[in-house]
Design a protein around this ligand. Sequence first.
Ligand SMILES: *Cc1c(COP(=O)(O)O)cnc(C)c1O
Length: 408
Amino acid sequence: MKPVGPIPAGFETLGGELAIAGHTASELVERAGDTPLFVYSAAMIRDRVASLRKAIPERLAIHYAVKANPYPPVLEVMHELVDGFDIASGGELAIAATTGISGSTISFAGPGKRDRELAAAIRAGVTINLESENEATRALALADSAGVTPRLAIRVNPEFELKGSGMKMGGGAKPFGVDAARVPALARRIIGSGAEWRGFHIFAGSQALDPSAIAETQAQSLELAAHLAEESGAPLPACNLGGGFGIPYFAGDRELDIAAIGHALSERMNNLPQAIADTQFCIELGRWLVGEAGIYLTRIVDRKESHGETFLVTDGGLHHQLAASGNFGTVIRRNYPVAIASRYGQPAEEVASIVGCLCTPLDRLADSAELPRAEVGDLVAVFCAGAYGATASPSAFLGQGPAIEMLV
Ligand SMILES: *Cc1c(COP(=O)(O)O)cnc(C)c1O
């Protein structure tokens, strides 16, 4: 037997089934017309943003990192709730535009921005988080030929990293950002060019569950921002402090203590060095805002035994749930929270592995989990599916195609 991860708060049992916002799993599948299916809860997203607002200082704006979940109805909900959006491609810019999100609230980070992506973003009034000196040169030239004033910030590659983070994005040689030591020279060049100077973007890592590590990284980011602002010789208009807030996926993981983070940050912000005393600050979060607000529902199409082990074979798999299968940036495969949605809350009766329909041993949604006995036709729920699921998985693999998505 291998443990499964903790099921997030907010899910209910209704008529012996898993329910979201009063809708049972089978009702949702019927409404969608098929499985597999992602279901996202608007109420859970709203609760999440509200609890974050309560925990953090008022002057700290909240931005949503679109790549976590770019499903347009999710963006529409976010549009009412957050102060800005971070995008990482021209494709995400196009999705944001169709949702009515104004370019002036968007920042665009990410290496390898093409000229046409830069030009579209500059025209839309998006802040470009420049990843290199070359990118700055290209952005200035493109803005010049379009006759517009570009809004430019520098993504800083800090010397520190976010400790304990699942994905390190700073510290040492990185394709992201400009090494801190070279930032002041580039900042002076941008300020001197007549561009609208939008300050710094400091993103040091992702998926951290230790509040003191996050607080320490934020303190280091503030210090670095102050130092770089002084060296750049101009007041710092804005600073994006990154994010890194993780969610519990695996047995033993604990919910992040955002009150502790907010408290530490309030103390720092009440006592800022002169160079950043009037700076607008934001954090940008993806996973923490939407990850727990989504589930993936898939149907069991076969139940079989092999060498004494039971396999529940579903119509879903890693082509929609690459991370849950353990193939997206994890070293050791561990079980996400999963349940038999159509027998939710029933006691465990057997140990079974839940696999997908792809012809590869990598396609495993749960390994040797304790579950109620499930039969062909039962529904499986994979939790924590609201971020980096549908669009971070190879849905074209084996001709399977995308899952249905739904916001309730
Ligand atoms: C991916 C990314 C985020 C969001 O990270 P989460 O772990 O989903 O919160 C934020 N900012 C940047 C620059 C990113 O690349």
